[in-house]
Design a binder for this molecule. Structure first.
Ligand code: ADP
Ligand code: MG
Length: 333
């Protein structure tokens, strides 16, 4: 069992940022409105994730660390819905197999919390402790028992950078949740949970980007797009600023990426890419999710329709901005 878990862990948990992704998604699933992420040395030696969500009931704790034990998926339809972030029931067992975990959790209706320690998949202790409602996971020494995997990690600074990028996406995709990210005791990102998308863009990207945005809010049958796209002037030499979220998740779709880039084609130089921060709400009935342990690829039952709608929506927004001259007071009659 422990070997199987270690192998499975390799598919789900590649690096510290995968641990953070899985644990933060669990916190979101648990209804948390505030999530704090602290790391040391790029998360290799230490990760702490604290949430104010539902907590885990005492009798559920050990079960949660068993492979394929998920409280979320009830049917293949649930999977297609992409409504819940968790869908595998493998994260906790995988993380536990390759690290030292200390968990403190308390539900609102228990009197005390539980502290559970599990190292390399082996239970170390399970005891009652005083704790606030919610859950704290501490992950120490990732891959301590799989030295080869540990060797594949990049420098602490690079690993911290991956986590930072992930948390930027999570903040942009969930303006209603407060995220705080602390790396080596330094505050790196903080959102308050009651910000609008533009405020979050400001905290992540700063003033120059925020000053140069065009707002988008368009819908059609089965699809609603809201958010912001950058004016052509703030394009970049890489795709790193093409942010979009589908039904609340950071998922890539070739169709959507192509439509966005095609819309900008006449507005920016070749090999430049736009800034976007868009939220797509898409009716799950036209979505098809191909699930692989780490990658999710999205397909649509109406590819042409999705492509054309996104292309038109962005082209219109860009034209509106480029062609209509700013109205000066003296122009008004
Ligand atoms: P999945 O998220 O796919 O269900 P995981 O292995 O990530 O699988 O988590 C297993 C279970 O542990 C979850 O289904 C949930 O019941 C519980 N759990 C994990 N993290 C939390 C958390 N932060 N708050 C409440 N429950 C949690
Ligand atoms: Mg999960």
């Amino acid at each position: 069992q422990s070997t199987i878990n270690k192998i499975a862990a390799g598919e789900v948990i590649e690096r510290p940022s995968s641990v953070v992704k899985e644990l933060v998604e669990n916190a979101i699933d648990a209804g948390a409105t505030a999530i704090t992420i602290e790391i040391k040395e790029g998360g290799i030696s230490f990760i702490r994730i604290t949430d104010n969500g539902s907590g885990i009931a005492p009798e559920e704790i050990k079960l949660a660390f068993l492979r394929h034990s998920t409280s979320k998926i009830k049917s293949i339809e649930d999977l297609m819905n992409v409504s819940s972030l968790g869908f595998r029931g493998e994260a906790l067992s995988s993380i536990a197999a390759v690290s030292q975990i200390e968990l403190v959790t308390k539900t609102a209706d228990s009197f005390t919390g539980i502290r559970y320690v599990i190292e390399g998949g082996k239970e170390v202790s399970f005891e009652e402790v005083g704790a606030p409602d919610g859950t704290t996971f501490m992950i120490r020494n990732l891959f301590f028992n799989t030295p080869v995997r540990r060797k594949f990690l990049k420098t602490a600074a690079t690993e911290a950078g991956y986590i930072n990028a992930l948390l930027e996406h999570l903040s942009l995709s969930h303006p209603d949740i407060s995220f705080r990210f602390i790396s080596n005791n330094q505050n790196r990102l903080h959102t308050s949970g009651n910000m609008n998308l533009k405020d979050i863009i400001y905290s992540v990207y700063g003033r120059d980007i925020t000053k140069n945005l065009i707002e988008l809010d368009v819908s059609t049958q089965d699809m609603h797009i809201t958010g912001f796209i950058g004016k052509p002037a703030i394009c970049r030499g890489n795709r790193g600023f093409e942010n979009y979220y589908i039904n609340g998740r950071y998922i890539k779709s070739h169709i959507i990426t192509r439509a966005i880039e095609e819309a900008y084609r006449g507005f920016i130089m070749p090999h430049n890419y736009p800034f976007t921060a868009l939220h797509f709400q898409i009716n799950p009935s036209i979505l098809d999710v191909n699930v692989h342990p780490t990658k999710m690829e999205l397909r649509f039952s109406k590819n042409e329709f999705v492509y054309q709608f996104v292309l038109d929506a962005i082209t219109d927004a860009l034209n509106r901005r480029e062609l209509i001259p700013e109205v000066k007071p003296s122009d008004t009659v």
